[in-house]
Write a protein that binds this ligand. Structure first.
Ligand SMILES: [Zn+2]
Length: 189
């Protein structure tokens, strides 16, 4: 069953969500614009459907990875976190100096997601899972935390995972999703 049917998403709601979101990306940003969002979304979709992940991720996790990818740079001003801090930009004043832009993208993306009510027919449990995982994945694109995510990913792959241990299995799935969105986002920068 496809995600549209499984999560009871109608085409008009999805189209509205994507249109509003596309307008949220700044057309005058030469890189972090709606084309970049589509590019990263395509890459993440490819990664989550690769043989190693396809059968291990749940439908909610795969759907969430795509949502996180499509919103992950919304309203990017074309400036980096350090510049926003040094110039006392409003985005820095609102979100602070840690993961400034990533928190801004998350806030703006969730705003569109909720305004368009894309998740309205999901169960409360699935909706909660989507929101917490979207948060985790969008904030994972902060390059200041690159070492942290790579260390965790390498540790899990080096030490191996007990697939029957739900905690370890969950950690591995989340780590793979973190790396998927990071790889999608930085592979052509
Ligand atoms: Zn990006």
């Amino acid at each position: 069953m496809g995600w549209m049917a499984k999560f009871h998403i109608d085409v008009i709601t999805l189209r509205t969500f994507l249109k509003v979101l596309a307008h949220g990306y700044r057309a005058d940003n030469p890189f972090h614009n709606a084309v970049h969002a589509a590019d990263v979304t395509q890459a993440v979709y490819y990664f989550i459907n690769s043989p190693g992940l396809r059968d291990r991720l749940t439908d909610v996790e795969k759907f969430t990875a795509v949502i996180a990818a499509v919103i992950h740079d919304v309203d990017h001003p074309g400036l980096n976190n350090a510049f926003l801090e040094k110039s006392n930009d409003l985005i820095n004043l609102i979100h602070g100096s840690s993961g400034t832009l990533e928190r801004h993208h998350l806030t703006a993306g969730l705003d569109v997601l909720f305004r368009c009510d894309l998740l309205k027919q999901m169960t409360p449990e699935d909706r909660e899972h989507v929101c917490s995982l979207v948060k985790e994945l969008v904030l994972a694109t902060d390059m200041a935390r690159h070492g942290e995510f790579m260390e965790k990913f390498n540790g899990l792959h080096t030490n191996g995972v007990d697939w029957s241990n739900s905690g370890e299995f969950g950690a591995m799935r989340t780590s793979n999703l973190n790396i998927s969105i990071k790889a999608g986002s930085i592979r052509n920068t």
